[in-house]
Design a protein around this ligand. Structure first.
Ligand code: S3P
Length: 178
């Protein structure tokens, strides 16, 4: 993205990569508006992500994700934190980079698994062997994150304050007020 100032910051990455926590830190530091796609969908339908998957199905949820991306198209100054599977749809992969700086957060599978094991909020991991499921999702999705990312940061290696610094620098948000 060169030296230009990114219109928005978009956080992508697999479950447990630290998108929500980083979005909160970025919003706090910059005054940017935080939008979390999972939360936006939950409040729109008045249902948890798990309930939506269970009752309306994954495709319904994926349609809702695409709609949220389209709504972002004329917005500026947002920190947009996305669900880990948002990159599974080709249309989403083509739209996301046009919204602003796409930051791919990643971490080792061990770190990811430790983080996602803290609760059972992820419907896709309610399987007999969640570690194997996470591994399969990781393998399948890696090329898609790589395809759309302007920047990648390992959240298992850098401290949060360091990640914030790296992202703001790349977005040009540390240089001038928006
Ligand atoms: C999903 C990730 C979740 C949520 C849903 C599906 C996925 O978001 O959107 O459970 O397909 O990887 P997080 O990445 O915030 O956990």
């Amino acid at each position: 993205m060169g030296q230009e100032i990114a219109r928005n910051i978009i956080l992508v990455g697999i479950m447990g990569s630290g998108k929500s926590a980083l979005a909160s830190s970025l919003a706090k530091q910059t005054g940017g508006i935080k939008l979390d796609s999972d939360h936006a969908i939950e409040s729109r339908f008045g249902l948890s992500v798990s309930k939506i998957f269970a009752t309306l199905g994954e495709q319904f949820f994926r349609d809702a994700e695409t709609r949220i991306i389209r709504e972002m198209q004329n917005r500026t100054g947002y920190i947009f934190s996305t669900g880990g599977g948002i990159i599974t749809r080709e249309i989403n992969r083509s739209l996301l980079p046009s919204l602003g700086l796409v930051v791919w957060l990643h971490a080792s599978e061990d770190v990811l698994f430790e983080r996602v094991s803290r609760n059972n909020r992820r419907p896709l991991l309610q399987t007999a062997d969640p570690r194997a499921t996470l591994h399969a999702l990781y393998e399948q999705r890696l090329p898609w994150y790589r395809e759309i990312a302007h920047l990648q940061v390992d959240t298992g290696v850098h401290r949060r304050t360091e990640v914030v610094r790296i992202v703001l620098e790349a977005a040009g948000w540390n240089r001038s007020p928006r």
